[in-house]
Write a protein that binds this ligand. Structure first.
Ligand code: ZN
Length: 195
């Protein structure tokens, strides 16, 4: 099973409101495992189904990129309570290399169904809360750039001379949109955007 390609900003599926999952079947389990594989391969902390081309209300998330960390596989997740606020830099595998500061709730309670069909609630704080908020936004066709403070948008560029191994370069949403449009056009020319 090949790891699915992550859809890039400008792909209409990212702006499509995802549909409620009604049935737990083989197709759904395949989708979830493909999402987990894509998340891990791309060293992400979360992924929503539209990012692999499926407008279904499914997310996967993990509190960090450590191998033995718990991976959440959530069906029809929704935030039922939110409290406090946190600000921090955010990125998204569908907007590669772009970062921006996003204000989120500090704590959330998420209600969802597990892959066994059990209804659960999860209390999350800090990074995991941020990840859940970001991924559930995807299901409502909202991307982090919609919420990011415009003057904080920047590219994270690899830089061997920098102490951290990367540097930040300021950008604008217009410039970012143009760059992703070119990336998308290149992919479409190769036939990669269609599965
Ligand atoms: Zn994202």
């Amino acid at each position: 099973m090949a790891t699915p390609l992550i859809r890039i900003y400008g792909d209409p599926v990212l702006r499509t409101k995802a549909k409620q999952v009604r049935e737990l079947d083989g197709g759904l389990y395949d989708l979830i495992e493909q999402m987990v594989a894509a998340m891990c391969e791309n060293e992400g902390v979360g992924l929503a189904a539209p990012q692999v081309g499926s407008p279904s209300r499914v997310i996967v998330a993990r509190p960090d990129t450590e191998e033995d960390t718990e991976i959440f596989r959530l069906i029809n997740p929704r935030i039922i309570a939110a409290e406090g606020s946190q600000e921090g830099m955010e990125g998204c595998l569908s907007l590669p290399s772009l970062r921006g500061e996003v204000k989120r709730s500090a704590q959330v309670v998420v209600e969802a169904m597990t892959t066994e069909g059990k209804n659960i609630t999860i209390e999350a704080t800090g990074l995991l809360a941020r990840v859940f908020e970001h991924e559930i936004d995807h299901l409502n066709s909202v991307l982090f750039v919609d919420r990011a403070a415009a003057d904080t948008l920047c590219w994270l560029l690899p830089d061997p001379d920098a102490e951290e191994g990367y540097r930040l370069e300021e950008t604008t949403i217009e410039e970012a949109e143009q760059r992703f449009a070119r990336l998308l056009a290149k992919r479409r020319a190769k036939g990669g955007a269609q599965q």
